[in-house]
Design a protein around this ligand. Structure first.
Ligand SMILES: Nc1ncnc2c1ncn2[C@@H]1O[C@H](COP(=O)(O)OP(=O)(O)OP(=O)(O)O)[C@@H](O)[C@H]1O
Length: 132
């Protein structure tokens, strides 16, 4: 697509700062309206508190950061796909169902990976604390 397309759009961002503002607006709007993102944020808060409590290593913080950031980012993309599908049709459509289910599947896979990472990091520490 040529840059002419971008120049003709009525709602284009006027600069980097403007794009940043739009991204923040999107994040806050999703946090306000999406229950799943609110749940992810609460779980993330608990994980960060656990990380501070157990004084996890820098490598463990990096893994946890990718787990938390990845799930929330994917949930934002999933929400965006849901919005676009709802914009295109309010009727039942097998492609609408596929689009939403596949996007939800992407979140599920990353969330399961994050649970495994959290388990590997925290399970031995919790066992040590309670059993030793
Ligand atoms: N237009 C549609 N046509 C066919 N199936 C749909 C349509 N809209 C939604 N669905 C089906 O209903 C499910 C729930 O849709 P919904 O839009 O409520 O998203 P959701 O999965 O509840 O997302 P979230 O819980 O993240 O808000 C979808 O995963 C999909 O299987």
């Amino acid at each position: 697509m040529s840059s002419d397309y971008k120049d003709k759009r009525p709602f284009r961002s006027s600069g980097v700062l403007d794009s940043f503002k739009h991204a923040l607006t999107g994040i806050f709007s999703a946090i306000l309206h999406e229950r799943n993102i609110q749940i992810h944020l609460v779980i993330s808060f608990v994980v960060v508190v656990l990380g501070l409590f157990f004084r996890i290593t820098p490598i463990e913080w990096i893994l946890i950061s990718f787990a938390i950031g990845g799930v929330i980012s994917l949930e934002l993309v999933n929400t965006a796909i849901e919005r676009v599908v709802d914009l295109v049709t309010e009727e039942y459509h097998p492609l609408a169902k596929q689009a939403k289910d596949i996007a939800a599947g992407a979140v599920l896979i990353y969330a399961l990976l994050s649970v495994i990472v959290g388990f590997i990091i925290f399970f031995p520490k919790l066992i040590n604390m309670f059993l030793l």
